[in-house]
Design a protein around this ligand. Structure first.
Ligand SMILES: Nc1ncnc2c1ncn2[C@@H]1O[C@H](COP(=O)(O)OP(=O)(O)OP(=O)(O)O)[C@@H](O)[C@H]1O
Ligand SMILES: [Mg+2]
Length: 245
């Protein structure tokens, strides 16, 4: 089982769009794929049209009052299952601060779903105890970055955090997201950071076909399979597969 976390300290950078589209492509390639929505916003759950079965489900999963397998739901797509988020996900940090081995709780929970080839974690933004759990549980942390100053600042904060906390920096892999070709700043930042081996060559441009996932409430490939946006996510998936699988 390979655990991929779509993560950034910063919000609104394309984590969920990538989590859903990479999960879809992994499943289409025949990998038994599970996407776990850890964000109380529940955007991944929304895109897959799935809601929690149990009240306060995320909290109960972390409290081990229910098993992960009992929270797993099928999606409309072959090989793709989902653990949806609910609003109780906002309290994961409070809950974790009360448990033993609080930094490794997520990792131990994931041992319940070892039958999956790939688990994709759609993470909320931030850097808290939940995120320390994510850093420990994930084999790879895939970090979308908009090529702007603030986004790159948050990348550097995370890289520094990994260094100071003796976390494996090699797990961190970045890709550029919401790239706007009309902006010189985007080009300049990309050229500067491509020297850093942490960055994938493939990137996701700012494209309205990606934004329309909310309108269609579906992965991109279901309504724009032959679009440029779909090709960009396929290229990214090929690179992720080569490096992480
Ligand atoms: N490549 C893109 N081009 C255009 N719009 C995009 C792109 N990627 C994401 N979006 C849009 O930008 C918004 C934020 O994207 P998304 O939800 O994927 O980011 P996020 O990092 O998961 O946000 P959050 O931190 O709130 O969870 C959404 O409305 C989404 O449709
Ligand atoms: Mg999100």
């Amino acid at each position: 089982m390979t655990v991929l976390a779509l993560y950034n300290l910063k919000g609104g950078v394309g984590k969920t769009a990538a989590a859903i589209n990479l999960a879809y492509l992994a499943a289409a390639d025949g990998y038994k794929t599970l996407i776990w929505d850890l964000d109380p916003q529940g955007s991944s759950s929304f895109y897959l049209g799935v809601k929690s079965i149990n009240k306060n489900e995320t909290k109960k999963l972390f409290a081990e009052e229910i098993d992960l397998e009992d929270a797993v739901q099928s999606s409309a797509f072959k090989h793709l299952s989902v653990i949806p988020a609910d609003i109780s996900a906002r309290n994961i940090d409070t809950f974790l601060s009360d448990v033993k081995h609080s930094r490794k709780k997520l990792r131990s929970l994931l041992s319940q779903v070892k039958s999956y080839d790939i688990v994709i974690l759609d993470c909320p933004p931030g850097i808290s105890l939940l995120h320390e759990n994510i850093f420990n549980a994930a084999d790879w942390i895939l970090m979308p970055n908009i090529p702007t100053t603030l986004s790159i600042n948050s990348f550097e904060t995370v890289a520094e955090y990994f260094k100071n906390n003796e976390l494996e920096k090699n797990k961190l892999k970045c890709f550029f997201s919401m790239v706007d070709h009309r902006k010189n700043l985007h080009h300049e930042v990309m050229q500067q950071f491509y020297k850093d081996k942490l960055f994938f060559k493939s990137y996701i441009p700012y494209l309205s076909d990606v934004e329309k996932m909310g309108v269609h409430q579906q992965p991109l490939f279901e309504y724009a399979n032959s679009s440029y946006a779909a090709q960009c996510f396929r290229d990214l998936w090929h690179e992720v597969k080569k490096v992480c699988m």
